[in-house]
Design a binder for this molecule. Structure first.
Ligand SMILES: Nc1ncnc2c1ncn2[C@@H]1O[C@H](COP(=O)(O)OP(=O)(O)OP(=O)(O)O)[C@@H](O)[C@H]1O
Length: 293
């Protein structure tokens, strides 16, 4: 069990990126959802023991992982947002190098790397220099390196950035499979990255947890508060000023908008069943209006 207890992270003595946040993580895939600047990367760096928190505790299997990060580091696979590679090394050379750094070498390293290259669908490109890999292939090499030591805890920061839709799906499925008997913490601002695979959703804004629970619970929270209506294009800006819009589709002569409102926002508005995106945006909107109030 990985526990982040009452974590704060303050940069330059004044920027409070994480603000008293507590998360207890067991097996399964937890999706950390939040807009840009919410504090997700800061929290993940703390969970991965790359950064020390300003306040609070990180505990791994009950022991203090800030004072003694060794056990957590040995159990951890981390894919940072700004994952860098050596462009002249081939995929195989890169993984062999990182395996050696982690104390895995010889026959067991060779077997593990072969397995991982198959798993991330890069066996065919193993002998090509990383400088020639696409963005998606680099993300996949990134996940392969995170899995080298068969980690119990996997922390991945915006893993689908730069991936095409097909690669996104493959990635999502891979992390979902891995989470069957491991802890996966995945941060993203894209709801579809975690929809259908996360067993738990944690919404963070302003460094604080605004929702923590099952995806269904998040969606239930906005039942009856999502509406669709057709708006003439000239009136769209006024609607956007008045109500949070979760989606809009432009059609001939009008715009179909999906909005959040506790009561029917217009006589011709029809209630619709909420989805995870609506529910997430409602939580983000609520946290912003609370801050503004
Ligand atoms: N090293 C740093 N020094 C100063 N401020 C920082 C540093 N890292 C992050 N911040 C600030 O802390 C806040 C939270 O940033 P963080 O990167 O953790 O959020 P995020 O949710 O991961 O956002 P993004 O998706 O844009 O990366 C932001 O206001 C950011 O500018």
């Amino acid at each position: 069990m990985l526990e982040l207890i009452d974590i704060t992270k303050v940069y330059d003595g004044r920027k409070r990126a994480v603000d008293g946040l507590t998360l207890r993580l067991g097996p399964g895939l937890a999706g950390l959802l939040g807009p840009n600047g919410a504090g997700k990367s800061s929290l993940l760096r703390i969970a991965a023991t790359v950064t020390r928190p300003t306040g609070g505790q990180v505990r791994f299997d009950g022991a203090d992982a800030v004072a003694r990060p060794g056990p957590l580091r040995r159990a951890l696979g981390y894919l940072p947002q700004d994952f860098g590679v050596y462009p002249h090394l081939t995929g195989l050379e890169f993984l062999t190098y990182l395996a050696a750094v982690r104390g895995i070498s010889g026959r067991s390293a060779k077997a593990r790397i072969g397995e991982l290259l198959e798993l991330v669908n890069l066996a065919h490109a193993a002998k090509r220099p990383l400088g020639g890999y696409s963005g998606g292939m680099l993300r996949r090499i990134g996940i392969a390196q995170a899995l080298l030591a068969d980690p119990r805890i996997i922390v991945v920061d915006e893993p689908t950035a730069g991936l095409d839709p097909e690669e996104r799906v493959r990635f999502r499925n891979l992390l979902s499979d891995l989470s069957a008997d491991r802890t996966v913490l995945l941060s993203t601002h894209i709801v579809s990255d975690v929809e259908s695979v996360a067993t738990r959703i944690v919404v963070v804004t302003g460094g604080r947890v605004r929702f923590d629970g099952e995806p269904d619970g998040l969606v239930r929270g906005v039942a009856g508060h999502v509406w669709e209506l057709a708006v003439p294009p000239a009136e769209l800006a006024a609607v956007q000023r008045r109500l949070p819009v979760t989606r809009l589709i432009r059609a001939a002569g009008h715009v179909r908008v999906r909005v959040l409102a506790t009561h029917r926002p217009a006589p011709d508005a029809t209630p619709v069943a909420p989805d995870l995106e609506d529910a997430y945006l409602a939580v983000v909107h609520r946290s912003r209006t609370q801050v503004a109030a």
